[in-house]
Design a protein around this ligand. Structure first.
Ligand code: ATP
Ligand code: MG
Length: 270
């Protein structure tokens, strides 16, 4: 179980530019849940994922993963528990290492020094098998430098690396946004398959309303650092793109009003 209790994250605290990027946010996510996160630009989606990963530290609140309090645990000490894929296909892999060498890094992550497997023929054969399974023609590219692959192929490898060790939490921040529509679709299907097959707990940020209604078990909508909509089960399955557009429009209208009226409207519409 992932639990956030009254989490607040500030940028430029105690200055005129203070931004409350997460505002007293509370949220519980059951294991093996695939959560899709939407919200307009600046609503706090990346801040949420960065806080879970430990790249940002909240000024208040508690963060628990699998019963452990990880609120103050530094990012590198969460890495074994958390897999991440970013929007940019260039982050997450070492460009001058080969596909096999990059995958070997992922396999070794979290293993103690003596137990780190060598990149031998057996390990390479297991990589080849896993890559063949992806159906992207990557099984013949094991010795190619990652930098020579297309963005889509890199995201597929990054996804494989992020999930190889079966992380307790997988964080995907608009990881298909920089890809052409066909490739984005391919990576989306691959993402869904890996999450289902490995029964992962995942948070996926997207601006695609289509993805938001078709993917995942639960949908969260953020606005101004808060959760304004949370749907799961039959409610999530019944959602249509138009419903989400209506919610965004209601939020935009509410933002034009004074704060107390906005709060009322949020409650009425969302
Ligand atoms: N490094 C930073 N320094 C100052 N303010 C920041 C920083 N990162 C984010 N913010 C601010 O925090 C708020 C939340 O930003 P965040 O990046 O989490 O939004 P987002 O929902 O991911 O938006 P997008 O859809 O554009 O990616 C915004 O007001 C943003 O300007
Ligand atoms: Mg973002």
């Amino acid at each position: 179980m992932l639990e956030l209790q009254n989490i607040t994250v500030l940028f430029h605290p105690n200055s005129p530019d203070e931004v409350r990027a997460l505002d007293n946010l509370s949220l519980s996510i059951q294991p093996h849940t695939f959560v899709v996160v939407i919200g307009s630009n600046g609503s706090g989606k990346s801040t949420l994922l960065n806080t879970l990963a430990g790249s940002l530290t909240p000024v208040a609140g508690t963060l628990r993963l699998g019963g452990r309090d990880i609120t103050r645990r530094p990012e590198h000490r969460r890495a074994a528990l958390i897999g991440r894929v970013f929007q940019n296909p260039f982050s997450g892999t070492a460009p001058h290492l080969t596909v096999a060498e990059n995958l070997a890094l992922a396999v070794r992550r979290g293993a103690s020094r003596g137990l780190r497997p060598a990149l031998n023929a057996r390990l390479k054969a297991s990589f080849r098998e896993r890559l063949r399974d992806l159906n992207l023609g990557l099984e013949d590219r094991l010795d190619a430098e990652i930098g020579t692959l297309s963005g889509g192929q890199r995201q597929a490898i990054t996804l494989l690396m992020a999930t190889w060790q079966h992380p307790e939490l997988l964080l995907l921040d608009e990881h298909t946004a920089a890809l052409d529509p066909r490739t984005a679709d391919q990576i989306t299907r691959l993402t869904e398959r890996i999450i289902r097959e490995e029964r992962l707990t995942a948070l996926m940020v997207t601006h695609s309303m289509q993805q938001a209604v078709t993917l995942g078990d639960r949908l969260l909508m953020m606005h101004r650092g808060r959760l304004v909509y949370d749907a799961a089960g039959p409610e999530k399955r019944r959602l249509r793109v138009e419903h989400l557009h209506d919610k965004f429009q209601a939020l935009r209208r509410a933002d034009l009003l004074d704060p107390s009226a906005a709060t009322l409207l949020h409650q009425a519409y969302v």
